[in-house]
Design a protein around this ligand. Sequence first.
Ligand SMILES: [Zn+2]
Length: 235
Amino acid sequence: MRASHQFITEKFQEFNRIIFNGSLPDVRIAVSNARTRLGYLKYVRLRPGQKPAPGHYTLAVSRYYDVDRPELEDTLIHEMIHLYLHWNGINDPTPHGPNFIAMMESVNCRYGRRITVSSRTTEQKAESDTNIRMHYLTTVRLRGGERTLTVCARTRIFEFDDMLGRMPGVESREWYVSTDPWFNRYPSVRTLKLYKVPDQEKLDSLLATAIRCEIAGKIFRPIPPGTPADKKHFF
Ligand SMILES: [Zn+2]
């Protein structure tokens, strides 16, 4: 299931009653489309001596991934623990410090939950991400022979191509457009990063159905079918 505002609001009230003795403030609940984090708690930084108010907080859960209900609930409770600690002025040296861990383990134990500190998107979640989006891809052949993949923010295509052209370790590069959800697992970067792809065969099979593109000046365009491979790099 995916998070909805109504579900998260109702569950927030329920868990507040059952787990937190109704001690949590009525904060703003939001449902986000975040891909990189399943939930987060946002709050305004307090001045020294300032007391926190409910309006200072926004608790958000992402609706991006289709996950099972217990996992969605665990994500919400994870953020509620952050809220509890901050609301009560209990400070940890890191976001998931000893106080967080102690409370998380106690909730897991008493309520049979499986809350974790990791909000990394797992391979399984990556597989469940079947949303269709446009991806601008560049594959880079390095001098050592290795091939990397970068999913690029649309606004960075020309800048990245330029940078790659001047990088001494780069042998060649190719550009593609694909809507295949497999690429959703890669962040669409605004700062150039070259990602290793463990499964090169999988990448080849996906590139075979992607649209090969070229950059000519300030134009990013598909390469007409039938263009000989050895001509593709000349503009
Ligand atoms: Zn956390």
